[in-house]
Design a protein around this ligand. Structure first.
Ligand SMILES: [Zn+2]
Length: 537
């Protein structure tokens, strides 16, 4: 796909319009054009897909810092607006790596890239040889009477699981316990040494043929060893579901049969597999730095101004990788130049109108979301303001303004009384509020709001919503199938700028409303995530 190269310096005129809309507030950019200018810069080919640790990402971070400055935000990094984050990187050397199964004394070689891949989010051992145990959904949640690991000997074993969660579980618990980090906590406690994850083909966002192209990219973890999330994990393997029966041969079960049970909401059996896995893993390790960017709009209330509402969006994307249709730049226009542009535009509008809420707002563009929400995890663990002073996070990631904003999809709607705030804002903007229509996609934990949730901070994320069985649903699903994490998420795609503009305004109004609340946001009594709260509500 041929892409237009944009000039590196885009002058963005900040024009305070006095024109009042029927919503009763002042709009500086009612058509979304200024929002789009930010997207055009951040998603231009010149920034090379903003991969964590690259000059393109650094350039994007400098741009965000400039925009924060223009919007009158105070620097809130460790050096100016920048918070430097250190990473360890790992890249697979496939020519010196191998993976195989042994069954009945026979060796079955697995082709890397086709049958299976190593996930280097964990720092793997150089070699491993271990028995395999299939654990079904692989969840151990006694409070929900789910004990998939019961009666299985996992000491020294590699756990094989279907990367799905029972649909009977509340969405929030599906999201939390289905995460790789929480899974490893359970498997490690049971004595396991590694994992093989198999997706349910029905839940796959990115087809294997496309996702496997990413395997040669460097994976990362935070350099700070106290923030390692996979202690003791010697190997993590992702199996191509199309070849999953290589694992199940001789077990008396087929993958199709096991997945059908998952689809029907029936219990999935657990059993030791009559095979062992053996792997040689050659890894090139380096270290690098990347940037979070933070700026503060100081609040007006003498007491509450020392409390902060976070507006977050991730700045990084996938960089330059496997070409698709001759295009190797993964521009990440919607994922997530669009979200960063949204918070920049919120800051610019508040600056233009002179509106300042009681609490302070801290705008944070984070790095390394695509590497596992690492930049936000670092910020939540080492915030540049006291952690106990952060009262909420409102996150925007890939909000997908592909059609007019009529429904507001809210992830985390029922978890805290931020849900009441978002409902009030939506009502005043004549928008319907909806929950995640597909909780099985685990969207609540698949972006940066979750780093704040795990630090005990009430959080939510929003997107342009749609109803089931509508043309909008078709557009959204087509986008995910064709453009999500592909080079075609670029500037040459149809985007509804007015929808984006309306979304930006929802974020602005919600941030102001939360920052003006007399009390801090509180977790719902019924919320599972309440357990992470470190500060008494
Ligand atoms: Zn992404």
């Amino acid at each position: 796909m041929i892409q237009r190269l944009l000039p590196l310096a885009i002058a963005v005129a900040v024009v305070a319009s006095t024109e009042s809309s029927h919503y009763g507030w002042t709009r500086a950019s009612a058509d979304g054009n200024r929002w789009w200018k930010h997207v055009e810069f951040l998603a231009s080919d010149a920034l090379q897909g903003r991969n964590t640790g690259t000059p393109g990402h650094k350039r994007a971070a400098e741009y965000v810092a400039e925009q924060f400055k223009k919007a009158g935000l105070e620097p809130a990094g460790t050096t100016g607006y920048i918070q430097t984050v250190g990473f360890k990187t790992r890249q697979i050397d496939e020519s010196h790596s191998s993976l195989s199964l042994t069954r009945d004394g026979k060796t079955i070689p697995l082709t890397l890239g086709e049958h299976a891949n190593f996930s280097l989010r964990v720092d793997p051992a150089a070699s491993i040889e271990a028995p395999l145990v299939f654990v079904g959904h692989g969840l151990e949640i006694p409070e929900q009477q789910i004990n998939d690991l019961d009666g299985l000997d996992l000491k020294g074993a590699v756990v094989v699981y279907i990367n799905a969660t029972p649909q009977t579980l509340p969405a929030a618990l599906q999201a939390h316990f289905g995460s790789a980090v929480e899974r490893w906590r359970m498997y490690r406690a049971a004595g396991a040494v590694g994992t093989i994850s198999i997706a349910n083909p029905k839940n796959i966002d990115v087809p294997w043929a496309r996702s496997t192209g990413q395997r040669l990219q460097a994976a990362m973890s935070l350099a700070d060893p106290s923030l390692n999330e996979y202690p003791g994990q010697q190997v993590a393997i992702t199996m191509n579901p199309g070849y999953a029966d290589l694992l199940f041969d001789g077990s008396g079960h087929t993958f199709d049969e096991l997945v059908a049970l998952d689809d029907q909401g029936k219990p999935v059996p657990h059993f030791a597999l009559p095979a062992r896995v053996s792997a040689q893993i050659s890894v090139t390790r380096t270290q690098l730095d990347s940037q979070n960017v933070a700026g503060i709009l100081l609040g007006t209330d003498p007491v509450r101004r020392s409390e902060f509402v976070v507006l977050s969006a991730h700045l990084d994307h996938l960089g330059v990788s496997t070409p698709i249709k001759g295009d190797a730049i993964y521009n990440g226009a919607m994922d997530n130049a669009s979200g960063v542009a949204a918070i920049l535009e919120v800051a610019a509008r508040l600056h233009a109108s002179g509106e300042r809420p009681a609490r302070s707002l801290i705008f944070v563009a984070v790095t390394a979301e695509e590497k596992g929400e690492l930049g936000s995890r670092y910020f939540a663990a080492r915030p540049t303001v006291p952690r106990s002073s952060i009262v909420a996070d409102i996150n925007t990631d890939m909000f997908l303004p592909l059609f007019p904003l009529r429904q507001l999809m809210v992830l985390g709607l029922d978890e805290s009384d931020l849900g009441d705030d978002v409902r009030a804002v939506a009502a005043s903007a004549h928008l319907e509020v909806q929950r995640d229509p597909e909780p099985q996609r685990n969207r609540f934990i698949r972006s940066d709001q979750y780093s704040f949730v795990r630090a005990g901070i009430p959080a939510l994320a929003m997107k342009v919503g749609y109803e089931a069985n509508t043309p909008q649903e078709v557009i959204a699903q087509k986008w995910t199938a064709e453009r999500y994490h592909a080079p075609s998420d670029d500037l040459a795609q149809p985007v509804d700028r007015e929808s984006a503009d309306a979304y930006v305004d929802v974020v602005r109004r919600l941030a102001v409303r939360v920052a003006n609340r007399p009390d801090r946001p509180r977790w719902a009594d019924s919320s599972f995530f309440r357990r992470f709260a470190q500060v008494a509500p």
